[in-house]
Ligand binder design. Structure first.
Ligand code: URA
Length: 210
């Protein structure tokens, strides 16, 4: 597993506003979109391309275009939806699938409650969107779900991560081609599973308490 923690003053500035508990939902949503576009630039560094012949006004030349099958962007419901616009702004030709993950209160294991994805992901590059990498339970399950369907490599884009979640993902994705791109790696999880210092509940901050 490769981990890339963004290191850029614009990202840190936007993250600081997101962390502030006085930031309103509309500002939070707008900044999330901007931040994800910056993270998407990092996350797509390894996007697969194929050569293409084109004609400029001056001559013929060979360039590169994003390969087919097209990359698949998968926001994890609900909070991952707030990251979708920022991601597809940079990758407009990607297809978009959806995964809803929830914790089974009996087994405490993450389970899928909603899924809208191609049946066969063979040879697909997937970009998973989940703002908070906390325990890593749902993100790990989502990555394994995509790989079982045939995805060749998976990049997860997260706004914040905790060391506990990264360690769990490292164990659960051993031997798989997985990259994690984070806006920042925070200190730890608190006793309620919140990232510290964090930004609170990302879904609630994006969409309000429902
Ligand atoms: N999910 C959130 O939305 N926030 C956290 O801090 C941890 C998990």
């Amino acid at each position: 597993m490769r981990v890339h923690v963004a290191d850029h003053p614009l990202i840190t500035h936007k993250l600081t506003v997101l962390r502030n508990k006085n930031t309103s939902s509309p500002t939070f949503r707008a900044l999330t979109e901007e931040l994800v576009t910056l993270l998407a630039y990092e996350a797509t560094r390894g996007v697969r391309t194929q050569p293409v012949e084109i004609e400029t006004p001056v001559t013929r030349t060979t360039g590169l275009e994003i390969s087919t099958p097209r990359p698949l962007v998968v926001p994890i419901l609900r909070a991952g939806l707030g990251m979708l616009d920022g991601m597809v702004k940079l990758l407009p030709t990607a297809e978009v699938g959806f995964l809803g993950m929830v914790r089974d209160e009996e087994t405490l294991q993450p389970m899928t409650y909603a899924e809208r994805l191609p049946d066969d992901l063979s040879n697909r590059q997937c970009f998973v969107l989940d703002p908070m990498l906390a325990t890593g339970g749902s993100l790990g399950a989502a990555i394994q779900f995509l790989i079982k369907r045939g995805a060749v490599d998976v990049t997860a884009v997260c706004i914040l991560g905790a060391p506990e979640g990264l360690e769990r993902l490292e164990r659960e994705t051993e031997g798989l081609d997985v990259t994690i791109v984070l806006g920042a790696l925070d200190e730890r999880l608190d006793e309620n599973g919140y990232i510290v210092p964090g930004l609170g509940d990302a879904g609630d901050r994006l969409y309000g308490l429902v």
